[in-house]
Design a protein around this ligand. Sequence first.
Ligand code: AMP
Ligand code: MG
Ligand code: MG
Length: 331
Amino acid sequence: MLCRPLHLLTVTTLCSVRRAAFTMSSAPILLARLVATAHTVADKSGTIVRKIMSGGDLGIVEKTGANDLQTAADRLVQQSICASLARKFPKLTIIGEEDLPSEEVSEDLIETGEYEEILKAAFPSKYSSIKEEELVVWVDPLDGTKEYTEGLLDHVTVLIGIAYEGKAIAGVINQPYYNYQAGDSAVLGRTIWGVLGIGAFGFELKEVPEGQHIVTTTRSHSSKLVNDCIAAINPEKVVRVGGAGNKIIQLIEGQASAYVFASPGCKKWDTCAPEAILHAVGGKLTDIHGNSFEYHKDVKHMNSAGVLAALRNFNYYASRVPESVKQALVP
Ligand code: AMP
Ligand code: MG
Ligand code: MG
């Protein structure tokens, strides 16, 4: 799971129309170069995900069981992201979801380009002194694998989260099949990025109308606890979709007002990039108790106490979580 540098590899708006504020400063800081590279690498990931699907052989492997799958896309995308970032930033700690055998990564999986718009963005000065070895990158090469294997293609995302001092400060989400039902002329796939203190871009920020409660939750990992928690919130509507990345997209595009997952199952690579993007637009993502997640390199991977997130009115949702649910979910 710990991705090694290549020589050791064993293996706008806050929306699409609004652009990040520009800086006139000379050389881009390390964090800007890393996010700009992660954006380009995530674009390539989307291409790999589509290529594996159109090739027809998903190469499915069960990890812990039928609800915990890995495909060739999970494997190749993780190799691509880890090897690409490690080649350019060899002192990064990169933690990927998949446990892969040690082998050399094929050159055609390497991408080292940088997305220009991010290089020109005005990064807060507090990020200027960050060193490569102080950053931890959390990679979910394919979030929503179960849905990918079932043809629910727009549920799938690629997640690259960047943490500093244990906090998620930047994230990149590629959605390989964005627009896939929009007709032939629509551009397939998109990449959303966000940095705390700058904002999030690559989509149009929308909110659920004030006073409406729409909960998004798992479709393939439900449980009594998950359902009890949602029943206590008593929303007008429940949107059951796959993927942690996809559920954050539901929040920032006004399809849902809260993400409720009162269960273990999500890991740090599921929440790091989504959390950074949600926080960059003023939302909040925590465990079900309202405790912030830590993303330093030695942290436990499992988010044992579930996930609770909202773009607005987080405290309202936190206040509705029953004590019985909290007691069942120990951090
Ligand atoms: P879901 O909302 O069910 O799509 O889950 C979001 C993320 O958490 C996905 O990456 C899932 O694979 C992961 N996840 C959630 N629950 C479980 C579980 N019980 N077993 C394995 N992975 C899980
Ligand atoms: Mg995932
Ligand atoms: Mg995954």
